[in-house]
Ligand binder design. Structure first.
Ligand code: NOJ
Length: 565
């Protein structure tokens, strides 16, 4: 494996000015901006920090970055509580910085996707403040979902609905005259009131926002909670138990309603005003057979597929998921997406290193951290070994791959965050049940030294553990066997080798070994068990281009992936 060198700057404008399909096979790198790189030393990552790391992103070989919310926010939910959709949080930068970021990324040949959060605003958004100042039944309240409470004096919430982050889904306001008032719906934290998408002004305002960022040069949007916007709430609300029992077939009162796609058809018209059309990818946690509705060309065009992220490192699960999703993508004409890690789940190196002591425990969740910390349960080396194999498997698949910052360093989840430094609302709203998502959001280690391992000049906003030193970019850069260099080489080869959008499974004769080949002969072999596999078994195998563990005399060791051609 060789260490890659800096790629020549090609830039977008001359090379692919209007390739409408750039996203179909793209490798997209997710940046959680507060935790990526801090240029001004205030402990919070910023846009100038990202600009300074564009050469790193270019060396990595990704096609696009998706930046999680950078809007003004009180950070009740890490920025997914947006105060103003058309501005930048002053701790993160300015609109001028943003323009420079677009220019710098494009000059480096990297596209930019921004996060749009349409299901809810923050409670500091000017619309919500106006709703609080305005009377019952006013136009200002109609932008949200307000209801009178039950009980003698309206002191009971309108229903017993539970929010996704825990606790009730309704919060009571104080009316302008100081009396206890109506209740508003929030599917997430109380600081995130749900918008009323039946309100025309809400719809128009988001169309305006899509144009605002598209005009500034963004290439696409990641749509938060895309399946939540449309709601049909009768006068008499269902109970939570009734809601849970209703089919999720497009007619559910709150989730994945068929009429949500009317909204996205309007968005599509905006996307298509641009050349190339702006793209969108839906974050929609829906039944898999309903995913194509979000991915259709008349709608958002692409949808996240979280199936691999939810699977064990297991050959039969992986094979079934891949075949199913490639077929599914054909029904919408979109390409499928692959995700192993993001800012909401335990990093995949850690997930694959957890012991199976409690099979009932949800691995993508964070409950494992409560039972004695990672040392008690984590096989860190094994987890990383399997993660490297899974990543090479993922990057050889047809479709686009969404990578999460830090996975290229092989980072593990950070378990050792003191309670008083945790930030995630899912920790505060579920005492003793969940430690939340901060462990995958700890600022990146760029160097082996310095107050925050090169993240910035001062302490980082979430504490970094000492072991981050061993995973820093500086440390890994010079090690040809590092995970960073594995990702660089994989992405470089992938860009050259991608062809077509199909694969053919090869029979390996071993239920723990998967092999598939792409139309141009690029073959990927993964051993999911601990046993090794003789690559000669595959007959047509050519030379090994890359592997997650060393291949000697054509023998692929256990828990590893090789690319052959
Ligand atoms: C999904 C985002 O990925 C998550 O981080 C956020 O908390 C919820 N949507 C609510 O916006």
């Amino acid at each position: 494996m060789s260490t890659s060198t800096t790629v020549e700057t090609q830039g977008l404008p001359d090379t692919q000015p209007s390739d409408p399909n750039w996203w179909r096979q793209a490798a997209v790198y997710q940046i959680y901006p507060r935790s990526f790189s801090d240029a001004d030393g205030n402990g919070v990552g910023d846009l100038r920090g990202i600009i300074s790391r564009v050469p790193y992103l270019q060396d990595l070989g990704i096609d696009a970055v998706w930046i999680s919310p950078f809007y003004p926010s009180a950070l009740a939910d890490g920025g997914y509580d947006v105060d103003d959709y058309r501005d930048i949080d002053p701790r993160i930068g300015t609109l001028a910085d943003f323009d420079q970021l677009v220019e710098t990324l494009h000059a480096a040949g990297i596209r930019l996707i921004v996060d749009i959060v349409p299901n809810h605003t923050s409670d500091r958004h000017e619309w919500f403040r106006e709703a609080l100042r305005s009377p019952r039944g006013s136009a200002a309240r109609d932008r949200y979902i307000f209801r009178d409470g039950g009980g003698e004096n309206g002191e009971q919430p309108p229903s017993d609905w539970v929010s996704i982050f825990g606790g009730g889904a309704w919060s009571r306001i104080t009316e302008p005259d100081g009396s206890p008032g109506q209740w508003y719906l929030h599917h997430f934290a109380p600081e995130q009131p749900d918008l009323n998408w039946d309100n025309r002004e809400v719809r128009e305002d988001f169309l305006y926002t899509l144009r605002f960022w598209s005009d500034r040069g963004v290439d696409g949007f990641r749509v938060d909670v895309a399946h939540g916007l449309a709601k049909d709430l009768p006068e008499d609300l269902h109970s939570q138990a009734e809601l849970d029992a209703l089919p999720k077939d497009g007619s559910h009162p709150t989730w994945d309603r068929d009429d949500v796609h009317e909204i996205y058809r309007e968005w599509r018209q905006v996307f298509d005003e641009y050349d190339p059309p702006r793209i969108a990818v839906a974050e929609a946690w829906v039944e898999s057979d309903r995913r194509p509705l979000y991915a259709s060309a008349e709608g958002l065009g692409q949808a996240f597929n979280f199936d691999l992220l939810e699977a064990d490192f297991d050959a039969s699960q992986f094979r079934e998921i891949v075949s199913f999703n490639l077929d599914l993508a054909k029904t919408s004409g979109s390409s499928t997406t692959w995700v192993l890690s993001n800012h909401d789940v335990v990093r995949h190196a850690t997930r694959y290193g957890l012991t199976e002591s409690d099979p009932e425990e949800e691995k993508a969740g964070t409950n494992w951290l409560l039972a004695g910390g990672p040392q008690a349960q984590l096989d860190a080396e094994g987890g990383l070994r399997r993660a490297r194999a899974a990543t090479l498997f993922e990057l050889a698949l047809p479709g686009s791959a969404y990578l999460y910052q830090g996975e290229e360093l092989g980072l593990h989840e950070v378990a050792e965050i003191p309670e008083d430094q945790r930030q995630d609302p899912t920790f505060f709203r579920n005492p003793g049940v969940s430690v939340g998502r901060d462990g995958c959001r700890v600022p990146l280690p760029w160097s082996a030294q310095g107050p925050s391992f090169g993240f910035g000049d001062g302490a980082a906003h979430l504490p970094q553990p000492e072991w981050f030193r061993d995973f820093s970019v500086e440390t890994e850069q010079t090690d040809p066997e590092s995970t960073l260099n594995l990702y660089r080489e994989a992405l470089r080869l992938r860009a050259q080798l991608h062809s077509g959008e199909s694969l053919t499974w090869l029979e390996t004769g071993d239920p723990d070994v998967l092999a598939f080949t792409r139309p141009n002969g690029w073959t990927c072999v993964t051993t999911f068990g601990t046993g090794s596999f003789d690559l000669a078994t595959l007959g047509a195998a050519g030379s090994v281009l890359l592997s997650s563990r060393p291949v000697e005399q054509n023998v692929l060791p256990g828990e590893s992936t090789a690319w052959i051609r």
